[in-house]
Write a protein that binds this ligand. Sequence first.
Ligand code: TXA
Ligand code: MG
Length: 330
Amino acid sequence: MAPAQAEIVAAEPAAIARAAGLLRAGRLVAFPTETVYGLGADATSDAAVAALYQAKGRARENPLIVHVATPEDAAREALLDGRAERLAARFWPGPLTLVLRRRADTRLSPLVSAGLDTVAIRVPAHPTALSLLGETGRPVAAPSANPSGALSPTTAAHVGTSLGDRVALILDAGPCPLGVESTVVDASEPDVVRLLRPGGVTQDDIEAEIGPLAGPDDGPARAPGMMESHYAPRLPLRLAAGDVAADEALLAFGADAPAGAAETLNLSPSGNLDEAAANLFAMLHALDRPEFAAIAVVPIPDDGLGAAINDRLARAAAPRTSRAAGKDAA
Ligand code: TXA
Ligand code: MG
């Protein structure tokens, strides 16, 4: 018999209360955030976090993001210095994840940190996520709700299709407004703040607050699982395409897309990068069909949310061998 499919329920107060009860009982619940849907587990429970790694097929050395309802809840589990406090005050709730030192008395399972002495934390801005965190009354570990290495989900249906048989409940609040994951910065070392993953908050906005950021490679600390293939559709991706073949699907952007594709979806006909980010994963999901030979993607400008979009596209196009080895996948 096929495993049971999780119910997809509208994120009304009664459903959120039910989801919170399931989380407190150690079960897995998928829920919307402003970036992408997350696969949640009680971050204080070793068993729940272990089940989360198992459900995603995620490498145990790749740590998880812990979601909390308020900056005070973050400070209860991790150490925020002056720079981290400025970033939290400016960007929380919102799509910024801070990698911080764990407090000695944290309640968080060591599994969320994959053995590191740091933890990645954020306060999400989505009202459903915030009520769920408030009702649960505990920090919730939540990677994107997709099987490891696959495309991130921006609708409840995406989650149902890929992980529906491995979660207890899926809360549905419609498509995620932002569409790309949070920006991850490492503020755990003295004197340097490092950009580990571009995302929903731009580098310019962060630098306006605290000055220049270091890159992931300037120095010894490197995030586990950052570079190899990831966010990938099943079809090969062809980036910076100036033309398109008749058997290819085309992901276009702006007014003048090349003609002749088997099917074309446009991230933003008007050339708006916020709109493009919101459409990115849903359009990749929609074009990832076996009747096409590949997905060609036109060049996307790198400013604003373009940096996050181009990061996801580059990883989706990366050679798949590392993914098969189970190395990098979030
Ligand atoms: O927008 C988001 O961030 C979504 C929603 C659900 O909140 N979550 C998400 O989680 O994208 P995930 O697990 O797919 O990506 C987490 C990223 C990974 O690249 C992981 O390696 C990094 O954050 N990370 C987590 N903990 C870390 C730590 N202690 N040090 C360095 N990197 C860490
Ligand atoms: Mg992910």
